[in-house]
Design a protein around this ligand. Sequence first.
Ligand code: C2E
Ligand code: CA
Ligand code: CA
Length: 661
Amino acid sequence: MPFSRTIPTNDQPLVVAKILHFRRQAPWMYALLSINAAALAYSHIGYAPRILTHAIPAMLVLLALWRVIAWVLPPSAAMLTEAGAARKIRQTTVLGAFFAIAFVTWALCLARYGGPYQQGHVVVFIGTTVLGCLFCLTHLPAAATAVGVLVNVPFLLYSALNGNTVFTAVALNIALVTAVFLIVLRDAHQIFENLVASRNALVVERQQAQRPSDENRALAHTDSLTGLPNRRYFFGALETLLASRQGAASPVPPAPFCVGVLDLDRFKAINDTYGHVCGDRLLGAIGARLAADTHAPMTVARLGGDEFGVLYDGPPEQAEPAIRHLCESIHRPIAIDGLEVTLGCSAGIAVYPEAGTTAHALFDRSDYALYHVKAHQRGGCAVFSHEQEALIRVEQRVEAALQVACLERELEVHFQPIFDTRTMTVSSVEALARWKSPVLGEVPPETLIAAAERLGIINAVTLTLFARALESLAVLPDPISLSFNLSAQDLMSRTTMREIVRMILATNISPKRIIFEVTETSLVTDMATAREALERVRSVGVRTALDDFGTGYSSLGSLQELPLDILKIDRTFVNGMATGTGRSMVAAIRNLAQSLSLDCTMEGIETESQLIEVSLAGYRYAQGYLLGRPMPIDALLMTLRDHHVQLPDPAPRSLSAVRIG
Ligand code: C2E
Ligand code: CA
Ligand code: CA
């Protein structure tokens, strides 16, 4: 049974492929049927009754043309489904059978009329039309078999019953050719089925091969600690958002979207105090909170460390409250390993297109907004503003000037005296950088240091300043020490720290006369390296001071572990001393320092009463405008001389202490 196989309805692509292939041939098949029938009717006009030459063929041709139109129209959605295609194939088989019976019956009715030419035409009509139709039915074997059988059997029977031997011989010929045709078509159809099957297998294989790479891709885009999307995903999504806005040129301004950066406050201190395992758990818990609070059109990713990125496909009026909500969510206490930890979270937001039109610019601006939030209102959330844009311009001008600056010529060091409150003598001087740029004029030291850090040239700046400071220290009397500020990046650079030690040892100055001041922020960046750097300088006799105490976020636990000698209290505490709470704070810090065996320096003393209060509170050292402003070395020496302080050679060295004013 060549085409006895039923159509495999469980193989959707195969049935769909079959019907789609047939769809291309169907119009030709019905057109062939119509034209051949019209020709046969025409050749019988005048020989056969009008009903056989006009009415019936007209009706048959109209039916065939209806099918032509039906197949020329685009396929319905249902026809492209497994069930729809199978149904269509069944319909086609039934219709094929109907057409076969109708046409062959009509043709055999005509065979009784006319002469040998007309009768010959009937035979030719049946033979050629059936073969043409079989060709077109290559992909529908059931229909082809039905048509072949339903045409040939009646034709053979008719010929045999009529006793017309020529007719019978031709009918046998046609039946034979039809049988061979069906066999050939079966093979062709088998090849077609195999082709579709191997194509399907290939697709499945590809899908299977694709699955691990999809999983890998998902993994490559996920942060393993928090389960949130990672940095790579974040920047990819940001680029996609940008592309969606920058695609077609449109007179309507592009819809805004927001890029946010979240940064945890105090995370590093907790990580250092309680260990990395606890830190990792904390990040995991924060990741879960962020994921729970993230809803479209917002995406939150972990960018690394304790930094998270937010994309909000909407205006800042919507993005800001949503991001603020994330910060508040992080701020709720978290229970980890029996500890209850409360973290802060600050956020900066940049809005496309105002803040920038590239991923780099937008991220940079949001980071900048974050930096400002952290400096001015920790735990807050701010959108990058025009004022910040102006500040960036200023910073860029400073960076440009610093890049071309001759450090040796343009940098200077001023010195501010620090007093011993017990003797009211100068115990040390703090070296403070001064930069007079030929382009910008005088630039505040904080601006200089921040720009040098951004440009990555802080080490060169520090070494230049330190060399100057050492030169000046050499002309100061022995008991006076030098307090020198180191930046976080100096502590992190082993080469710089080595060079600093080398410079100290290359002079005749006792390392005991040198104090390095570091800020809490510089310590929390990388506590271990900072500790190592401080231990290294302390090993040669240098002392260390923690600057601006009370403004940073290092934990008291790590304070105890650090190799420190002096605690310098930020001047904000002096201003607060007018109140009872302020005074208690100052006293509490003093007690804390004492319990850690640290000396204390109070900064920012501007009034007599402040000086008296800090002295009474037990602060060993005091510094401030009241006691002396930062001044060039010559001015400092002059002041010391005015106060009869004996200076080292060429001035003779004597005094054990120096008193100014
Ligand atoms: P700092 O280390 O806290 O230095 C003390 C700052 O407080 C100095 O500002 C000083 O002029 C100012 N000051 C001292 N007494 C008073 C006072 O009674 N009232 C007020 N309102 N201010 C007072 P300056 O020189 O502008 O330095 C600012 C900051 O720049 C320094 O703060 C320090 O963080 C940084 N800096 C300065 N020189 C260097 C340096 O050579 N290296 C590094 N890394 N940073 C430096
Ligand atoms: Ca300082
Ligand atoms: Ca300070």
